[in-house]
Design a protein around this ligand. Structure first.
Ligand SMILES: [Zn+2]
Length: 323
């Protein structure tokens, strides 16, 4: 055993020397420390990119650091011997990640409710499985690129087409408090008491506080839009032939593979567009921007109506009975 707690041996396989490292109770500390080091290095690399972004310094070099550590984490997590899975599910290591407390962040920090929702435990999931799922979602991009581009996989799926879709950002303005209040009472006129109306107005002013719209277009929404687009025949957009070649096969199953559960809006959009196969939903409504292509205005209007309906249901449930 060396100073790091690693037990190493060299064996001969097919006439070649192969180095092996022991994974046992005696070396658990080493493997846990290796996982901690990779995560720490990844955190440092992410912080570096964040600082560069804030100070508007070119971040390309620092991004390579993030990808490098993500790739190491990916390799460790998906190692066929399942070292990380055993560490997280058969030892108490997962307790040091404190993921069980993330429901608190979901209620108090609105910066990324979709991301926080994904961190929550799903029914029947152990703490270790929850941490493992979270770590795998961090490296999902790297896992997908290896699965799609690795020579071994390409060998069994020779007709596989791989494309990168980039959604151009736009800057819509959110409604003001007063516009939300006006629209709410236009949709749900009721002979309510002035006290009830005042409660609803206050509630909207208190909860509707984002001056700037920050919601992204979720990848699964963009893909559903593109699949929907490819199911039509009269589309007049540049590069439609290439798009059809890439997306066409997906129109058969209408299956969108995503590394995590979808938000409420994506899940609802999937139903409105005709039963897309999605990996389920965590049910959280977050800031959400519609995809730029493939979704008709009538579908977006239905989604909007459903969202107002959800808001009314919440409002009805919170109005005190005496009002
Ligand atoms: Zn979504």
């Amino acid at each position: 055993m060396d100073a790091n707690g690693l037990i190493e041996r060299t064996v001969e396989k097919l006439g070649q020397p192969v180095v092996q490292w022991q994974f046992s109770n005696a070396t658990l500390g080493f493997w846990a420390a290796l996982l901690a080091t990779i995560i720490k290095k990844l955190e440092v690399a992410v912080d570096e990119v964040r600082t560069m972004r804030e100070t508007q310094v070119e971040e390309r070099g620092a991004m390579e650091g993030v990808h490098g550590w993500c790739h190491r984490l990916y390799a460790f997590l998906h190692w066929k011997d399942g070292v990380v899975q055993i560490l997280l599910t058969k030892t108490s290591l997962s307790k040091s990640f404190f993921l069980r407390n993330y429901h608190i962040a979901l209620n108090t920090d609105g910066s990324d409710p979709d991301g926080f929702a994904d961190l929550r435990a799903v029914p029947g999931e152990s703490e270790g499985e929850q941490v493992l799922r979270h770590l795998k979602s961090i490296v999902a991009w790297h896992a997908a690129s290896v699965d799609l581009l690795d020579g071994r996989f390409r060998h069994v799926a020779q007709n596989l087409a791989v494309g990168l879709v980039e959604a151009t950002p736009n800057e819509p303005k959110p409604l003001t408090d007063e516009e939300v209040i006006q629209e709410y009472f236009r949709r749900y006129p009721r002979s309510s008491s002035p006290e009830e109306r005042s409660f609803i107005e206050d509630s909207i002013r208190k909860n509707h506080k984002e001056a700037k719209f920050t919601g992204p277009t979720h990848a699964e929404a963009t893909l559903m839009g593109l699949v929907n687009c490819c199911m039509k025949h009269d589309v007049q957009i540049e590069g439609f032939d290439i798009l059809k070649q890439l997306i066409g096969p997906a129109t058969l199953e209408k299956a969108i593979a995503v590394s995590r559960k979808c938000c409420w809006c994506c899940n609802r959009l999937g139903s409105l567009l005709g039963d897309f196969n999605l990996p389920g939903s965590h049910g959280v409504i977050c800031s959400w921007r519609p995809p730029r292509a493939g979704v008709d205005l009538t579908v977006l209007r239905s989604l909007e109506n459903d969202l107002w309906g959800e808001m009314q249901a919440v409002m009805d449930a919170t109005i005190p009975e005496e009002l």
